[in-house]
Design a protein around this ligand. Structure first.
Ligand code: ATP
Length: 636
């Protein structure tokens, strides 16, 4: 840090310098975003000042409330564009903290998320909160003067930088609180020094900013100070629905979400009655980068009588709907409402529950009327929505109707089967919904547990996501009066009377072999029994009935096996038949281990002692080749 009278020079923190370089060189094809970002910051600053006035009466008294305004101007001769607001401003410490020295949480994440595609990367700027720096896309010097509301006129600050690693700070005098940013455009950016061009950019990206964005009137005579408002400058959700079209809603979505794409769907509802509120909620068409973060950055924006209060994830919408964006404007909350107050507020509880119901209804309509769109939704947010099955007991049934699965009937691995579809297709006499949980969808699809179901044409839902076991246990194992049942657990008691009889007979016939295998596998298999689930595989592992699938799934993701694994053998398989005929085979122990461990492998689990397994397998193969040699079919 060097000192020149009152001016101090600081170095940008390394990540910020990297970001600035990127702004200057890589995002050029979307250069007009700088205006959207700076206007958006100005708008936030005005909202914050209005809010602070409600909680700090001293501020309200000290400063006459000016009507909020954002002014955009340009100077052809100087080659500058100016964006000024009468918002909250920043103190010296705040400038240092927010602009440039300390890496904000968003900066590092932003750099990691960059794709190299200019359009995608430009869309990320807003999401990560690095909008201020986008000034350097078009400017080679940025000068900002700012005065924090509540501080004296001589405590204002001038920040200046060429974006190349350093910036200077100077304490100055400024008559009014607020912020003015002057961009000294790079050479060749003269096309921006044009009223028509700037107005078009403002209308494209910032039309729905609720404060007026003011420019000097076009065609005004020199010296004449005529000005006009360029944007709509009214809160969209307060306007009558009849006067709004899809384009208005979509434009507004892009403004509040920092998303470049259109939303998949939206709802706009004014509710009057015990509580009075307006909802304008959107379902995005793609997941934000932080969908799985503990604390996502964005959520639903709460307004009280049009004043922006806070953006919240968790309180206004349940976590399983954390992808919803939009506005909730309440007439019943105090303006000084805080996050803590939100927690215990009856009005918020009421609004939240109504908002959830409306979002679920919107999704239901989408699923019914536009399955293609719903498939996009499900791909992006299905795993998140599934959390609702266990988290939102009251709406469990509505959420269950929205679930989509892959099943043995699906032509592809796309999840396109609803529980309704499943129940409608159930075979005569079938009264349970069958499912299989596996560590991955691929493991589920290839599982031997499905063999008999496939042969009989009985559909099985294939669950391969971590959240799935919560879904099936949280559903209270039931949908539309039909129990959900794992095909990899408990006794296989499906099949007609003749099949059951055959299974009982096989169990008797194989009793002695079962006893021997059980003795050999003591400590590994909890039981060994005859199976009626298998048609082509010799054996499979199932979980004991008493163990919930919750544990099963948990264990599948750990060591790989259920707590009480049961080895089931296929009495019709030639290998098993042979073992039954030769129970005194000295290699029975090896066969037992190989059977058990290959069943472990098809489950997608881990063999406990792979070297021993391979050793035994090789011994058996050697014995087999020796036997073939002895019978003269070998090449000796
Ligand atoms: N015109 C302004 N008035 C007051 N503070 C501002 C202004 N512009 C920027 N700031 C401060 O600088 C911070 C950084 O701004 P930047 O645009 O880089 O990210 P952000 O606004 O926090 O993120 P996001 O774009 O997601 O809202 C802001 O959070 C705000 O505190």
């Amino acid at each position: 840090m060097t000192m020149h009278a009152a001016e101090e020079t600081f170095s940008f923190q390394a990540e910020v310098a990297q970001l600035l370089d990127l702004m200057a060189h890589s995002l050029y094809s979307n250069k007009e975003i700088f205006l959207r970002e700076l206007i958006s910051n100005a708008s936030d600053a005005i909202d914050r000042l209005r809010l602070e006035r409600y909680s700090r009466p001293d501020l309200a008294a000290a400063e006459a409330e000016e009507p909020p305004r954002i002014c955009v101007g340009f100077d052809k001769d100087a080659g500058t564009i100016t964006i000024a607001d009468n918002g909250i401003g920043m103190s010296r410490a705040e400038v240092i903290e927010y602009i440039g020295t300390i890496a904000k949480s968003g900066t590092g994440e932003f750099l990691k998320a960059l794709t190299g595609d200019q359009r995608t990367d430009a869309a990320l700027i807003g999401q990560f909160g690095v909008g201020y720096y986008s000034a350097f896309v078009v400017a080679d010097r940025v000068v900002m003067t700012t005065r924090r509301a509540g501080l004296a006129a001589d405590e204002a600050v001038r920040w200046s930088s060429d974006g190349k690693g350093e910036y200077t700070l100077e304490t100055i005098e400024r008559l009014e609180p607020g912020t003015t940013i002057v961009l000294h455009l790079r050479e060749g950016e003269d096309d921006l020094l044009n009223s028509h061009r700037l107005r078009t950019i403002i209308r494209t990206y910032s039309d729905h900013i609720s404060q007026p964005i003011i420019m000097a009137s076009e065609g005004a005579e020199p010296g004449e100070s005529a000005e006009d408002t360029v944007n709509q400058a009214s809160a969209l959700w307060t306007r009558p629905k009849a006067g709004l079209g899809e384009k208005d809603y979509h434009d507004y979505y892009r403004h509040i979400s920092n998303d470049f794409a259109d939303p998949l769907a939206y709802l706009h509802a004014k509710v009057e009655g015990r509580y009075e509120y307006t909802l304008l909620l959107y379902i995005p068409s793609s997941a934000p980068f932080d969908l799985w973060h503990q604390q996502p950055r964005h959520g639903v924006r709460l307004h009280v009588q049009r004043v922006f209060i806070l953006e919240d994830t968790g309180r206004l919408m349940p976590r399983y709907l954390r992808f919803v964006r939009g506005i909730i404007d309440s007439a019943d909350l105090p303006l000084n409402v805080s996050r803590e107050i939100l927690q215990g507020s009856l009005a918020v509880d009421h609004i939240r529950s109504s908002a959830v119901k409306k979002v679920l209804r919107l999704l239901k309509d989408m699923a019914a009327n536009d399955p293609g769109k719903y498939a996009v939704f499900w791909k992006q947010f299905g795993s998140v929505l599934k959390e609702g099955i266990s988290d939102d007991y009251g709406n469990r049934e509505d959420i269950a109707e929205l679930l989509r699965f892959t099943s043995t009937h699906s032509p592809t691995q796309e999840p396109d089967v609803s529980l309704h579809d499943y129940v409608d297709r159930m075979k005569e006499g079938q009264d349970e919904i069958y499912y299989l949980i596996a560590p991955t969808l691929a493991a589920a699809t290839a599982s031997p547990h499905l063999e008999a179901f496939r042969e009989k044409g009985i559909e099985v839902l294939l669950l391969g996501e971590a959240v799935d076991n919560w879904v099936v246990t949280g559903l209270l194992q039931e949908f539309g009066g039909k129990r959900l049942r794992s095909v990899a657990q408990g006794a296989s008691d499906f099949g007609d009377d003749a099949e059951k009889e055959a299974a009982e007979k096989a169990a008797e016939e194989y009793a002695a072999l079962l006893g021997r295998l059980k003795a050999v596998l003591a400590g590994q298999a909890w039981d060994v029994r005859v199976s009626s689930r298998l048609t082509s595989s010799p054996a499979c592992i199932v979980a004991n009935e008493a163990v919930t699938d919750l544990n099963l799934a948990h264990r599948l993701r750990g060591s790989g096996l259920p707590n009480q694994p049961i080895l089931e053998i296929n009495p019709d398989h030639p290998l098993i038949e042979r073992l039954n005929r030769h129970q005194d085979d000295p290699r029975l122990t090896d066969w037992a281990h190989v059977l058990f461990n290959q069943a472990v492998l098809t489950l997608g689990a881990r063999v406990e002692d792979p070297a021993a397994f391979v050793g035994k397998l090789n011994d058996l193969l050697v014995a087999l080749t020796e036997a073939t040699d002895d019978t003269g079919t070998g090449d000796s």
